[in-house]
Ligand binder design. Structure first.
Ligand code: FAD
Length: 398
């Protein structure tokens, strides 16, 4: 049984792991090392309610300092772990700490695009980033969003709702294409355009300049977009630089028990490429629900109760007055079965591979996605006609 734990990183996974440990009776020491100056907080509102000015920073907090004091959890904030080697953590400034076990929960940072740097360029990951961007999203502001992934699309949506003029530049043929494919990506493009976004797809950013009047982005097709601010949503890079002697592959590799390749060191959340028994391979995802559930699983495993992490992933996005949800994980599929109407932007899409349901995506279809998540966990091979039939009860397949 461990008696001391250092958590490196102070986000969603760290907070949930620590709460789980205390709730389950762990009474050893807990020290959290967090680079940001604030206690762990939720990031999803940073592109939605918080960015819209509808939430205060305190509402996002996940690990209240008062709770930490009462539960003997030490928060060392504004401190970066420079290196993690075996059970040893070296902090910026040189101090070295050690514990019986470590949890790596360092998440990730925005992928920066070469050339896209300047006074008018914004990346979004932290509450400080959101504070700065919030000031930019004024009525009439010209906002250019580079990248129509989830964060970029949500920023576009919030900017539009704040009265800005929004241009989105996406290198793929449609928003969210990489995850959802062509057909469903087209529905997402229709959603953006119908909402008033100037969505330009199939365009790669090749140049950036700032003039007295604003920012000018040039694309490979020779067209330009001019704006007051440019928000880059080009994905995330896992924060693994401090890890020394660990097996890495676009994230730190962990098994289904959240164990890294180094004895006594666990990892969870966005930083961890985890083996998932349901999919039979390592995957790395960047979702709030996963960060929580994975942090919880890491805590249970740290306590010596071998608990494999097996639930299918799930995430949501709110954009342009639509709720989008996704369950499972599909990077390849043979067939997409649609239930509902793509034209009316009210549908569920089921991703099948060799007959098995691998993933589901819904626009305003949270109910169907919730059932699909159970079907994915049960590894069903559904009848596509039943999936497509609005009158069929999907729970009958469970
Ligand atoms: C704008 C935005 C909107 C999102 N919206 C959604 C959504 O709608 N739905 C959804 O499912 N997911 C959403 N997500 C994703 C979700 O927030 C993340 O999956 C989740 O925050 C990951 O938690 P984490 O604990 O793994 O990492 P993080 O939350 O990234 O926390 C990691 C922390 O560790 C710190 N750190 C890193 N390296 C070090 C170091 N060496 N030393 C000390 N500290 C370090 C970082 O500064 C950070 O504070 C969104 C993310 C963003 C940025």
């Amino acid at each position: 049984m461990i008696r001391s734990l250092i958590v490196v990183g102070g986000g969603q996974s760290a907070a949930v792991a620590i709460r789980t440990l205390r709730r389950r009776g762990y009474d050893g020491s807990v020290l959290l090392i967090g680079e940001e100056h604030v206690p762990p907080y939720q990031r999803p509102p940073l592109s939605k309610e918080y960015l819209a000015g509808e939430a205060e920073p305190g509402e996002l907090t996940l690990l209240d300092p008062g709770w930490c004091a009462a539960n003997d959890v030490e928060l060392r904030l504004g401190v970066r772990a420079e290196s993690v080697r075996g059970p040893e953590v070296r902090l910026a400034g040189g101090a070295t700490l050690t514990a019986d076990a470590l949890l790596i929960a360092t998440g990730g940072r925005p992928r920066r695009l070469p050339g896209l740097e300047g006074e008018r360029v914004r990346y979004l990951r932290t509450v400080a980033d959101a504070d700065r961007l919030r000031d930019d999203l004024k009525p009439g502001a010209r906002v250019i969003v580079v990248g129509a992934g989830f964060v970029g699309s949500e920023v576009a949506s919030t900017a539009l709702a704040r009265g800005a003029e929004v241009t989105v530049l996406e290198c793929l043929p449609n928003p969210l294409q990489r995850i959802l494919g062509d057909e469903i990506g087209r529905a997402c493009a229709a959603l953006q355009r119908a909402s008033g976004v100037d969505l330009r797809t199939g365009v790669t950013v090749t140049g950036y300049a700032e003039t007295g009047q604003g920012a000018v982005v040039t694309t490979g097709t020779g067209e330009t977009a001019e704006g007051d601010v440019v928000v880059v949503g080009a994905g995330m890079v896992p924060n693994t630089e401090a890890l020394d002697g660990f097996a890495l592959d676009d994230g730190v590799l962990v098994d289904e028990h959240c164990r890294t390749s180094v004895e006594g060191v666990y990892a969870a959340g966005d930083v961890a490429r985890h083996y998932h028994p349901l999919y039979g391979r390592h995957v790395r995802v960047e979702h709030f629900d996963h960060a929580s559930a994975h942090g919880m699983a890491a805590a249970k495993n740290l306590l010596g109760r071998a608990t494999p992490y097996t639930a299918p992933h799930w995430f949501w996005s709110d954009q342009f007055d639509r709720n989008l949800q996704y369950a499972g994980h599909a990077d390849r599929w043979d067939e997409i079965v649609v239930r509902g109407s793509l034209d009316e932007l009210d549908f569920a899409a089921f991703y099948l591979r060799e007959g098995r349901l691998e993933a589901a995506f819904g626009m305003e279809r949270g109910g169907e996605v919730a059932v699909a998540r159970q079907l994915i966990a049960a590894r069903v091979t559904p009848d596509p006609r039943v999936l497509a039939d609005e009158d069929a009860d999907l729970t009958d397949m469970l």
